[in-house]
Design a protein around this ligand. Structure first.
Ligand code: 5AD
Ligand code: SF4
Length: 504
C-alpha cells in the first residue's frame, strides 16, 4: 500500500507506532509500575492514548519509551485498511519475545482493532491479556486488576454518551506548542468502505464549555495551537438545556423527536445550540495568539457559516482537509458519500470565494468496487480542478463488515488499483510543488515548533495554510513564538526562507 504523506500533523505517517511518553510524570502518585503505549492510525487515536495515559497516571503508573522496561504494554490500534492491522499483528510478534523475558507483563490491545475483533483477539493472539474498545477506557484500572488476578479481560462496549469530557488528557511527546483536542467521538455517516462507524460507534459531541476550558488551560500553559478533532467536525452539535445545564447529544436526539411529534417543548426549543461554527468562534476568542485548526471536514456538511467564521478570525487557520474520495458521481453514490461531483465543486468554490487564500487537502481512494478507467479519470480531473495543496491517497482495501464488503465485489485487480494510485500520486506531487512555488516571494506567519528534522541550525514551523516552513535559527526568536518568514525557495511541499523583522 502506498500513500503519499505530506506535512500534516493530523495524518502524520512518521508518528505511526510512536511510543508515547509523558514529559512530566504526575507527581505524588506512583504504584511502581510502568506503562508503554504505542499508537497507530489517526490523530483521534493519538489523542485517545493521552486519555488512557491520564487514566493510568491517576492509578500511579509512569510512562516509559522502552517496552523492555514496561509492566504494561498497550498498543492503540487502527483498522482503517488491512495494512494498518497487519502492522499491529507484526508488532505483537515482537512483544511476544518481550513477554517471554518478562512473564508478568500485561499486554493490551486498545482502539479500533480491539473493537472490531473483540474477544476473537484473545483466541488469535495468545499473548494478549486485555482487549479494550475506544469507549471503555475508564474501565482500564478494573481490567488490569482482572488480569493481575490471572484472568483475561475484555471490554468493547460502545457508548452513546462517553466523550471523556472530564478527563484532562496528559500530553504525550508534547512539544508544549501544539495539542489535539477531541471535540466529538464516533461517526454516523455510513460511507460504504469505512469501518469507523463499527469501531467507534455513534456520533456524540462534547460539551463546548469543557472544550473551551481545555483549550484555555493549554494556552495558559504556553501552547499556541490547538487542533479540534472529530471524524466529521461539521456535524458537531450541542444543545444546552435551560433547566439542568447540559444535555448530551444523545438526549438531544430524543428531545428533537419529542419536539416534532408533540409541538414545541419550549424549555429545550429555546435553549441555545452550539454548532461547529459557534464552537470555532468560542475557541478563537480565547486569545488571538492561539491558532485554531480542525479536522476532518465533510463535504456534505461544511457550511458557509463555518467558512465565514474561518474568514472572520485571523487565528483560525486557512486550511481545510476536505476528503473527496472520488471525483465521479456514480462511485460517490456507491461509496454512500451523500454528495455528488457538482456538490463537492460547489463547496470548493465557496471556500475560494469566502476565505480566498485557503489551503485544501484531501483523501482519495483508487480502485473502489466497479470503478472504470473513465470514472478514475474524473478523480484525476477533480485534482486538476482543485489543485490540492496536499493529498492522502489509498488503494481501496475491503474491510469486513462494511456496507461495501456486504454489497459489492472487490473487483478491481491489484495492478489496476496500483496503476491508478501511482498516477494520482504523481499528479499530486505536481500540484503540491505548484502550490509551494506560488508562495515564493510571499511572507508567511509561522509558529515556530522546534528544530528542523535535518539540522539544529534551522527551525521549523507551520504557515497559516499548514505548509512546513524552514528558516535559520537565531537568538531573537524561539519555539512557541510567531515570526514572519519571507519564502525564498521550496521543495515539493516545504517552504524555505528567512525571518524578516515584524512590521509594526
Ligand atoms: N480502503 C482504503 N482507504 C480507506 N479509507 C477509509 N477506509 C478505507 C478503505 N476501506 C481512507 C479514506 C478516509 C481516510 C481516513 O482513509 O480516504 O478519508
Ligand atoms: Fe482512526 Fe479510523 Fe483508524 Fe480508528 S480505524 S484509528 S478511527 S483511522
Amino acid at each position: 500500500m502506498m500513500d503519499l504523506v505530506l506535512p500534516d500533523k493530523v495524518h502524520d505517517e512518521s508518528r505511526q507506532g510512536e511510543a508515547l511518553v509523558l514529559e512530566q510524570p504526575v507527581t505524588g502518585k506512583n504504584n511502581g509500575r510502568k506503562l508503554y503505549i504505542e499508537s497507530y492510525g489517526c490523530a483521534m487515536n493519538f489523542s485517545d492514548s493521552e486519555i488512557v495515559a491520564s487514566i493510568l497516571a491517576e492509578q500511579g503508573f509512569e510512562t516509559t519509551g522502552d517496552h523492555n522496561m514496561a509492566d504494561v504494554i498497550f498498543i492503540n490500534t487502527c483498522s482503517i485498511r488491512e495494512n494498518a492491522e497487519t502492522r499491529v499483528r507484526n508488532r505483537l510478534k515482537e512483544f511476544a519475545i518481550t513477554k517471554v523475558k518478562n512473564p508478568g507483563l500485561v499486554v493490551g490491545v486498545l482502539g479500533c482493532m480491539a473493537e472490531r475483533l473483540k474477544s476473537k483477539f484473545l483466541e488469535e493472539e495468545k499473548l494478549v491479556d486485555v482487549v479494550v474498545g475506544p469507549d471503555a477506557y475508564r474501565d482500564l484500572p478494573n481490567l488490569i486488576d482482572q488480569v493481575d488476578s490471572g484472568q483475561k479481560a475484555v471490554n468493547v462496549l460502545l457508548s452513546r454518551e462517553e466523550t471523556y469530557a472530564d478527563i484532562s488528557p496528559v500530553r504525550l511527546n508534547s512539544n508544549g506548542i501544539n495539542a489535539f483536542v477531541s471535540i466529538m467521538r464516533g461517526c454516523d455517516n455510513m460511507c460504504s468502505f469505512c469501518v469507523v462507524p463499527f469501531t467507534r460507534g455513534r456520533e456524540r459531541s462534547r460539551d463546548p464549555q469543557s472544550i473551551v476550558a481545555e483549550c484555555t488551560d493549554l494556552f495558559d500553559k504556553g501552547y499556541r495551537e490547538v487542533t479540534l478533532l472529530g471524524q466529521n467536525v461539521d456535524s458537531y452539535k450541542w444543545k444546552k438545556s435551560s433547566e439542568s445545564g447540559v444535555l448530551s447529544s444523545e438526549l438531544e436526539a430524543q428531545t428533537d423527536q419529542k419536539v416534532s411529534s408533540t409541538g414545541p417543548n419550549l424549555g429545550v426549543a429555546d435553549a441555545p445550540v452550539t454548532n461547529f461554527a459557534n464552537l470555532l468562534e468560542m475557541v478563537a476568542l480565547i486569545n488571538p495568539d492561539l491558532r485554531v485548526r480542525f479536522s476532518t471536514s465533510h463535504p456534505k456538511d461544511i457550511t458557509d457559516e463555518v467558512l465565514y467564521t474561518i474568514a472572520k478570525y485571523d487565528n483560525i487557520c486557512n486550511y481545510i482537509h476536505l476528503p473527496v474520495q472520488s471525483g465521479n458521481t456514480r462511485i460517490l453514490d456507491l461509496m454512500n458519500r451523500t454528495y455528488d461531483r457538482d456538490w463537492y465543486i460547489n463547496r470548493i468554490d465557496a471556500i475560494r470565494r469566502i476565505i480566498g487564500d485557503c489551503a485544501i487537502s484531501t483523501d482519495v481512494i483508487t480502485g473502489f468496487c466497479t470503478e472504470t478507467d473513465e470514472e478514475h479519470a474524473d478523480t484525476v480531473s477533480m485534482m486538476d480542478y482543485v489543485k490540492y495543496d496536499f493529498a492522502y491517497m489509498f488503494k481501496y482495501s475491503e474491510r469486513p463488515g462494511t456496507l461495501a464488503a456486504k454489497r459489492y465485489a472487490d473487483d478491481i485487480p491489484e495492478e489496476v488499483k496500483q496503476k491508478r494510485l501511482t498516477e494520482i500520486v504523481a499528479k499530486q506531487q505536481e500540484y503540491s510543488y505548484y502550490r509551494a512555488q506560488a508562495r515564493i516571494g510571499k511572507i508567511e506567519k509561522v509558529l515556530i515548533e522546534g528544530f528542523s528534522k535535518k539540522s539544529k541550525n534551522d527551525y521549523c514551523g507551520r504557515s497559516d495554510q499548514n505548509a512546513m516552513v524552514i528558516f535559520p535559527v537565531a537568538d531573537n526568536y524561539k519555539p512557541g513564538q510567531y515570526v514572519n518568514v519571507l519564502i525564498e525557495r521550496t521543495t515539493t511541499a516545504t517552504l524555505i526562507g528567512q525571518v524578516i523583522p515584524q512590521t509594526p
